[in-house]
Design a binder for this molecule. Structure first.
Ligand SMILES: [Zn+2]
Length: 263
């Protein structure tokens, strides 16, 4: 029993305020379905107040179209008011469903109007989302996750993966020198501090294999970053400096790792 099924069954229920036992037990553990049911029950109370298009109109229209309606030429295709009135007073399941749908549309439409009004209103005082800050938060979270892995070996491998990701995406930021520098600083911290610290804790028997792979990755990063530094030297000196930082951090970390491997 998932939320979609529960909400669908509530929607089609005659009395959504008195759900079946299995629905009730799901709602006992699901605040979002409880809130959903509350809204639905509120909505149900509004339903009788809502006008709906009479369901007979379509039949009449079709009859007129196919010429099967007897002796009514010139008569407007509007339902008999009595039929309309009855369906308003005693809505059958079809009318109930129709009203719910039209109410849902009315709600969606009013939300849309609100959103458009909000959007078209000048609100310069609302700051644009700070991408640099979001980016930094995401990186810190990945770092945190890496440092929480079970063994030093896992932590080392996750840190290398993170470093490769940061380094790989850095090239796309060549024309955004502030964010690139932010990345370069983060990269230096990951490979210069955390990686070495975790590498020291890898058991001696695993060191050769694990650290070899890490050192190779760092060497690769150093050569790529140096190449980008050279490419950007003239057109974007600040970005070039960030790549130099990445290259230097990679080189130093690689040297420290090889020293660790050699005991
Ligand atoms: Zn649920």
């Amino acid at each position: 029993m998932n939320c979609t099924i529960v909400q669908r069954r509530l929607l089609s229920a005659e009395q959504p305020d008195q759900p079946a036992a299995d629905i009730k037990s799901h709602m006992g553990q699901c605040p979002s379905c409880r809130a959903w049911q509350r809204r639905l029950v509120q909505m149900e109370r509004q339903v009788p107040l809502l006008p709906i298009p009479p369901s007979t109109t379509k039949d009449l229209f079709l009859q007129r179209l196919t010429g099967t309606c007897q002796g009514d030429t010139g008569r407007p295709a509007i339902a008999d008011p009595a039929t309309l009135w009855r369906s308003q007073l005693m809505p059958g399941p079809k009318e109930r469903a129709l009203r719910k749908v039209s109410l849902a549309f009315a709600l969606a439409a009013s939300l849309l109007v609100f959103a458009l009004a909000w959007w078209s209103w000048p609100h310069d005082h609302i700051p644009a989302p700070d991408f640099a800050q979001q980016d930094q938060a995401r990186l810190e979270e990945s770092l945190h996750t890496s440092l929480y892995a079970n063994t030093p070996k896992e932590r080392v491998l996750l840190l290398v993966q993170l470093a490769e990701e940061v380094h790989g995406e850095a090239r796309k930021l060549a024309d955004n020198s502030d964010r690139l520098e932010q990345r370069a600083l983060f990269y230096s911290r990951v490979v210069g501090e955390h990686l070495i610290e975790q590498a020291r804790q890898v058991p001696a028997k695993d060191r050769a294999v694990v650290l070899q792979r890490v050192a190779d990755s760092l060497r690769e990063a150093e050569s790529t970053a140096s190449r980008w530094e050279a490419q950007l030297q003239k057109s974007a000196p600040r970005s070039a400096a960030s790549f130099r930082r990445i290259a230097l951090a990679s080189r130093k970390s690689e040297r420290d790792l090889r020293a660790l491997m050699n005991g």
